[in-house]
Ligand binder design. Structure first.
Ligand SMILES: [Zn+2]
Length: 89
């Protein structure tokens, strides 16, 4: 084995290690990007308005949330669920 062959093998090893590292880094990045948020879905009793906001402690399904901006009816917490948000910023 001459020096050139050793260099070539070393270069291949370096490339393989860099590729493996970049795959690991990419996976870390994607897992960091995904954010889990607990969301409360707010709906008007008459169904003409709905909105989402982040879950607050003390929230429960059926809780009166306020007044509908459209029909002045009652807004209630309709559902509580976990949402995975991917931030592309
Ligand atoms: Zn309404």
């Amino acid at each position: 084995m001459n020096a050139l062959q050793i260099l070539q093998i070393a270069a291949i090893i370096v490339i393989v290690v860099l590729l493996a590292l970049s795959i690991v880094m990419a996976e870390k990045k994607t897992s960091k990007k995904k954010e889990k948020k607990t969301i409360a879905l707010i709906k008007c009793d008459k169904g003409d308005y709905e909105t989402k906001r982040e879950f607050k402690s003390g929230d429960f399904v059926g809780k009166v949330e306020g007044e509908c901006p459209k029909c002045k009816g009652v807004l209630r917490v309709y559902a509580i669920f976990v949402e995975e948000i991917e931030s592309h910023k």
